[in-house]
Design a protein around this ligand. Structure first.
Ligand SMILES: NC(=O)c1ccc[n+]([C@@H]2O[C@H](COP(=O)([O-])OP(=O)(O)OC[C@H]3O[C@@H](n4cnc5c(N)ncnc54)[C@H](OP(=O)(O)O)[C@@H]3O)[C@@H](O)[C@H]2O)c1
Length: 320
């Protein structure tokens, strides 16, 4: 089968198409024929060396496909069932092995591309607004990169919750997408803390969701209300340098948290809760999943170049 292999860390050019053996499912695992693979920012951190992974490395934790083979002891899935996951490994490939416990059944009304697009960014948006900071109707929320994969989903879930949403986007076209998703105010990054103060009559917002990281971190802290919360959940512009806790005191007894999806999928119950809610929202048309770009598997390099180059919107997929 074909798979993408990086033999060392580096830029997108280390992602090469290779011919490798099809994996075999072990006990409690499934082999799936991949219909589509989700491209996520974490794979750029792994490829580039910000997150440590063993090389040679095949990226990919998100995919949807059809069960092709069952490992020993798997009882709750059958060959031919459509599944998806946000917690796979080596999914930049034609086939992938998943732990059955981490496989999500795909509802009939959700197509394969949407099923591959939704798990990781959808469950992230879900835990951010329910568990990192519980958003209530009437809250004012700032979220960055509103036209991105997580951004477009977050905006829709926040509006459904009854929050007022302020977001950032780097171009008019991206701003339009964020507005269409429901954002009340779309700002450029330049001077955003000042504009947030103006929009909130000087008070600041209840929470900022910041997946941009280094370039926005200080500004995000400075647009919070007294006792507001900064949820730093990514580093699209680079890692945030160490922070002096006194900064949180000076900003008004602020809370800072740096969550990761894995810690919000601790057991089957939690995984089913989040995945069932986001899949149901997509199936019923309450959550629109924008697939901004689909690349052949062989073009994983270009997918990473475009994602890191800010040329994508919504979800980026690879199709084997
Ligand atoms: N902690 C978790 O559990 C978790 C889970 C999933 C994703 N994440 C994080 O969430 C963030 C968004 O992920 P995503 O997959 O949905 O990506 P994305 O938002 O579709 O793409 C990243 C966006 O960030 C913005 N950006 C701002 N400065 C940038 C820079 N210097 N370089 C590149 N992009 C920049 C760009 O939008 P503009 O051009 O509009 O600025 C870009 O399109 C990432 O940081 C990712 O690591 C975290």
């Amino acid at each position: 089968m074909h798979a993408i292999v990086a033999r060392q860390s580096g830029g997108p050019e280390v992602l090469e198409l290779a011919e490798v053996d099809r994996p075999t499912p072990g006990p409690g695992q499934l082999l799936i024929k991949v219909a589509a693979t989700g491209v996520n920012f974490i794979e750029t951190y792994q490829r580039g060396g910000m997150y440590q992974v063993p090389f040679p490395f095949t990226p990919g934790s998100e995919a949807a496909g059809t069960v092709e083979e069952l490992g020993e002891g798997v009882e709750n899935f059958a060959v031919g069932t459509r599944v998806a996951t946000a917690e796979g490994t080596k999914c930049y490939a034609g086939y992938a092995v998943l732990d059955a416990a981490k496989a999500l059944p795909v509802p009939d009304g959700v197509d394969d591309l949407t099923a591959a697009a939704l798990p990781l960014q959808g469950m992230t948006a879900h835990y951010l607004i329910n568990s990192s900071f519980k958003v209530e109707p009437g809250h004012t929320v700032m979220t960055h990169a509103g036209a991105g994969g997580v951004g477009l989903l977050l905006i829709q879930l926040l509006k459904e919750r009854g929050a007022r949403v302020i977001t950032t986007a780097s171009s008019a076209a991206k701003g339009e997408l964020a507005r269409d998703a429901g954002a009340d105010h779309v700002l450029r990054y330049e001077g955003f803390p000042h504009h947030v103060r103006e929009l909130t009559n000087g008070k600041g917002v209840d929470v900022v969701y910041d997946g941009v990281g280094r370039n926005t971190f200080d500004g995000s802290l400075s647009c919070l209300r007294t006792r507001g919360t900064l949820v730093l959940f990514g580093a699209a512009s680079g890692a945030v340098p160490p922070v002096d806790p006194q900064r949180l005191n000076a900003g008004g007894s602020l809370t800072l948290t740096r969550p990761s999806l894995a810690h919000f999928l601790l057991n089957e119950q939690e995984r089913r809760w989040r995945s069932a809610e986001i899949f149901a929202a997509a199936e019923k048309g309450r959550l629109l999943v924008r697939i901004g770009a689909t690349y052949p598997l062989a073009e994983a390099r270009r997918a990473h170049e475009d994602l890191e180059g800010r040329r994508t919107t919504g979800k980026v997929l690879l199709v084997p």
